[in-house]
Design a protein around this ligand. Structure first.
Ligand SMILES: [Zn+2]
Length: 465
């Protein structure tokens, strides 16, 4: 029995699928028109299913636990195969697409009629019989075919009967001529103008030839369209080779070869059981780029200010101090840590700044904290990742403030052993500065941040480095 959430998910999927089918149908209707709809819809549907399949397989590959190089290799194989398949489909012979077209005009063919007349020159009716041919041009073959000649008058040269004219000529004899035969001769070809395509994107095509003679203005006729070169028309069913784009095959094959090489070489799976160990292994692969394991300096920059306090505390503890955190996020009185050793008390300030130099005023604040009524400390220390200005160092020296700079901190960590600093080797295991509970990365918001896992009970946050 599906739960309510599952049923809602299924309903949402069904609605999405219906919407997709309607969208494809609308596009098919717009491109193919009513008569080309079925064929266009089928082609678009195949294209959509293919694209979905490639996207689905790609999604599975990208979300697998393979190393990035293998993912890249498999993606190359997938895309290369799709390109080769597309190429072979494009290469296959294609049936020309049948479409209905409307004849918007027909011109020609022009024609001539050759009419033979007979007449009797001279006065006597019993004299010789002569024949003469009259040629007439017709803009339309049909009109020429309908032509029924009537008896006419011809004019002949009395001294030369073979010279005959159809227009009145003075001095020449005239005689009644009777038509005996008409020959119709086609002179030129018919040209028809057609309108085709969808009602949204109509196209005009013209065709010249004997087939166009039978076209009647306003009638609907079948035309076949070359699917590769769409301006070619035929008035009989035809098939043609597909457009062979060899560069598609070349890139596809190259992608498959590169992908195979990437998959065949090296280790297959990301080691997810111990993510902290990945940095220690060399060479390691991340997003297809080789990188060296992080240096201690890089690790120090990668942690948050609260982890930096913990690192400072561990260094002091290794020097024999017992260290107490002074409230974390609620730090007050200007000290992050309170350290004691052999009855002496020290206030400790930690500055996990990465770019801003420490100015003398920070040192002066620490001096104030050291002598303030709250702590009455004997010593003061400043842990700083960023450099201190010359003036700040001078001020510190004058007032007996110990500065642990980045170089000293690194050296101390290396002396103690990096493995004693889980804050550095496993920086994503953070604890809340307010309550000490685990922090979780809230990455559904922009910008992402680390928030207390006990939210909303505790609202402790750490900015993401
Ligand atoms: Zn918390």
């Amino acid at each position: 029995m599906a739960s309510r959430a599952e049923r809602r998910e299924i309903a949402r999927f069904e609605a999405g699928a219906k919407l997709a089918v309607f969208a494809v149908a609308a596009v098919a209707l717009a491109i193919g028109g009513v008569t080309g709809f079925a064929q266009t819809f089928a082609a678009l549907a195949i294209l959509a299913v293919g694209a979905l399949a490639v996207a689905g397989i790609g999604y599975l590959i990208l979300n697998s636990k393979l190393v990035a190089r293998k993912k890249t290799g498999l993606m190359l194989i997938l895309i290369g195969s799709a390109m080769a398949l597309f190429w072979s489909l494009a290469k296959a012979p294609k049936q020309w697409r049948e479409e209905r077209a409307v004849v918007t005009s027909v011109k020609g063919p022009t024609a001539v009629t050759e009419t033979t007349y007979v007449f009797h020159p001279g006065k006597s009716k019993s004299g010789q019989t002569l024949a003469v041919t009259q040629t007439k041009e017709w803009p339309k073959l049909a009109d020429a075919q309908k032509f029924k000649p009537a008896p006419i008058t011809v004019y002949y040269n009395r001294s030369n009967f073979s010279e005959v004219r159809f227009e009145a000529t003075s001095g020449w004899g005239r005689a009644a001529a009777t038509p005996t035969s008409v020959q119709v001769r086609k002179t030129g070809e018919a040209t028809a103008i057609l309108r085709l395509g969808s009602p949204l994107f109509p196209k005009t095509a013209s065709t010249t030839g004997s087939h166009a003679e039978e076209f009647v203005h306003g009638a609907s006729v079948s035309v076949w369209i070359n699917p590769v070169a769409r301006d070619q028309l035929s008035f009989q069913p035809r098939a043609t080779e597909g457009g062979q784009k060899y560069w598609i095959l070349a890139i596809g094959v190259a992608a498959v070869l590169c992908g195979t090489a990437a998959v065949a070489v090296g280790k297959q799976w990301m080691d997810t059981s111990d993510t902290s160990a990945i940095a220690d292994r060399l060479p390691s692969v991340d997003a297809g780029v080789f990188y060296k394991p992080k240096t201690v300096a890089e690790m120090l920059r990668g942690i948050d200010w609260f982890q930096f306090e913990a690192v400072a505390a561990r260094i002091l503890e290794s020097e024999g101090w017992s260290v107490k955190k002074n409230g974390g996020a609620k730090a007050d009185g200007g000290a992050d840590l309170i350290a004691t050793r052999n009855g002496r008390k020290a206030v400790v300030q930690c500055k996990h700044w990465k770019r801003i130099e420490v100015q003398p005023n920070i040192v002066r604040q620490l001096i104030g904290t050291k002598f303030g009524a709250q702590f009455k400390a004997d010593e003061a220390m400043l842990f700083s990742l960023s450099e201190c200005t010359v003036a700040a160092r001078a001020e510190a020296k004058q007032n007996d403030i110990t500065i642990y700079n980045a170089g000293m901190i690194e050296k101390a960590i290396q002396g103690i052993g990096l493995d004693k600093f889980p804050e550095l080797t496993n920086p994503d295991d953070k604890s809340c500065p307010k309550c000490g509970a685990r922090m979780v990365l809230r990455d559904k918001v922009v910008p992402p941040f680390w928030g207390c896992s006990t939210f909303p009970r505790c609202r402790g946050v750490i900015e993401r480095a």
